[in-house]
Design a protein around this ligand. Structure first.
Ligand code: NAD
Length: 454
């Protein structure tokens, strides 16, 4: 099949590289020439483990372009994977989707094309995209595109940092459409994944116990809603344990033991039950805001989701309060931050708790020194904040610091020479914002170790 991906970011590049692996002719289109140049050389425009290896496996060459006229006319299936960032009122900014739909409509070929929304978009967006494609088609061709195309929804559930794994060994695949032809095409596309009968790439062995991936076929609106509901549920789970962590701290309980004690209940499950400085990233904040905004539009209130957002915001402030509680005065202090990316194994800085906390500390007069094993260069470009200094080595953030906050649980930070690093600090306060390190060990190294909820 000829597959075109519109939007070569985290989702689009992974989707394109995966479709190519399964033998399809893939074109990736992005308006960002830099990303297209990198992709054309087989390089990944983002940091995602395994992605470059996947792009460089032998197979049909990937076509990369910024021109819709080169990407759309021949396509059997077009995935829209452009960004849908949050607007000020919480609604998703749909201008990128609008632009993509318009240009797809202008360039549709003569055969049937299935347009698939993979971007996370509010309920009704499938119909909206359909009308924009049709209008653009009409404006160029002078007649309506009867039967030439249809629009389906195929929400994406990958997690940055394990995106290739999540694509090849998904928990489920969701397809939403009212048209049998669209459902059949997507079901066929995903057949090797559903049956798990492909030979895995050498660097991505099939995990034990995976023999099939369930396919959930729904109407358009339900598929669109599933994505928001799934992300909202995960944020609720994290905020729930963070709220419990606050109380655990007050009553002298250990949230890590609590998490284990409740997570082993199969109705609850242990994942997303780790207390810390809260969630961030490109999806949770914006998708919960979008869900709440969508509810308001329909006269509903998402009380639980709004509460999860509130708790998450408080969790970031809690990090500042904990440091303040130790140091009393932040003015003139140097605070080190380990990890800038919103989570480990990605270079994504969108809504990163580390950056938010850094701003709050700086707002109280501190100077912040931050390190990240992967996202440093991006941070220097995208987060130029006065009094926030990005350092090339983790050791540098300890130098003269009155406190160090571990904000991202990169594996590299497990193995730092903490005993030695402590000696470079002004006062040895260490806030482990991810409950990542061993409290006893850190205390033995001479730190005043503070976790979250323990
Ligand atoms: P991204 O910002 O990494 O990538 C979007 C890409 O689209 C960018 O490269 C941008 O240059 C390109 N683009 C914008 N307008 C375009 C246009 N008109 N034509 C062609 N290209 C255009 O975003 P992402 O993280 O890949 O997310 C894409 C969508 O997938 C969002 O709706 C997001 O919510 C959803 N999603 C993301 C994740 C994730 O973990 N990143 C997971 C699931 C779903």
């Amino acid at each position: 099949m000829n597959i075109t991906i519109v939007g070569g970011g985290y989702v689009g590049t992974v989707t394109g590289a995966s479709c190519r692996f399964f033998g399809h002719n893939v074109t990736i289109l992005d308006t960002d020439q830099r990303k297209i140049d990198l992709l054309s050389q087989g390089k990944s425009p983002i940091y995602e483990p395994g992605l470059e290896e996947l792009l460089q496996l032998p197979g049909t060459p990937l076509t990369c372009t910024t021109a819709y006229e080169d990407a759309v006319p021949h396509a059997d299936m077009i995935f829209i994977t452009v960004g849908t960032p949050t607007d000020v009122d919480g609604t998703p900014n749909m201008t990128y989707v609008q632009d993509a739909a318009h240009h797809i409509g202008l360039n549709l070929g003569t055969g049937y094309t299935l347009i698939v929304n993979k971007s996370t978009v509010p309920v009704g967006s499938g119909n909206w995209v359909e009308s924009m494609v049709a209008d653009a088609f009409l404006s160029r061709k002078g007649h309506r595109p009867d039967g030439t195309f249809s629009v389906a929804s195929n929400p994406e559930f990958l997690r940055e940092g394990s995106a290739i794994h999540d694509t090849f060994y998904a928990d489920r695949i969701v397809i939403g459409s009212g048209e049998a032809r669209a459902i059949a095409m997507l079901s066929d596309l995903y057949l090797p994944l559903r049956n798990q009968d492909f030979v895995p790439p050498p660097f991505l062995p099939r995990p034990e116990g995976i023999s099939a991936v369930p396919l959930v076929t729904t109407d358009l609106a339900s598929a669109e809603m599933i994505k928001y509901a799934a992300n909202a549920f995960l944020t609720v789970k994290i905020s729930f344990i963070n709220e419990i962590a606050r109380l655990a701290e007050k009553v002298g309980a250990d949230v890590a033991q609590l998490s284990r004690g409740i997570g082993l209940d199969s109705r609850i499950g242990s994942r997303f039950l780790q207390a810390g400085i809260g969630w961030g990233g490109s999806c949770f904040g914006k998708d919960t805001a979008a869900l709440a905004a969508m509810a308001r539009e329909y006269g509903e209130t998402m009380h639980i989701v709004e509460a999860a957002r509130h708790v998450n915001c408080k969790q970031r402030e809690l990090a500042v309060e904990k440091i303040l509680g130790e140091l009393k005065i932040l003015k003139g202090c140097s605070i080190g931050i380990l990890g800038v990316a919103f989570k480990a194994n990605t270079d994504d800085l969108r809504d990163a708790p580390a950056l938010d906390i850094a701003k709050r500390l700086i707002g109280r007069g501190a100077k912040v020194l931050a390190h990240d094993p992967v996202a440093l260069e991006r941070a220097r470009q995208e987060a130029a904040i006065p009094n926030l200094h990005f350092k090339n080595t983790a050791a540098e953030v300890f130098e003269g610091a009155s406190a160090v906050l571990l904000a991202t649980d990169w594996q590299d930070y497990r193995r730092l020479p903490y005993a030695e690093l402590r000696r470079a600090m002004k006062t040895p306060t260490f806030l482990d914002g991810r409950n990542f390190l061993d409290p006893d060990e850190m205390t033995a190294y001479g730190y005043r170790y503070i976790g979250v909820g323990r």
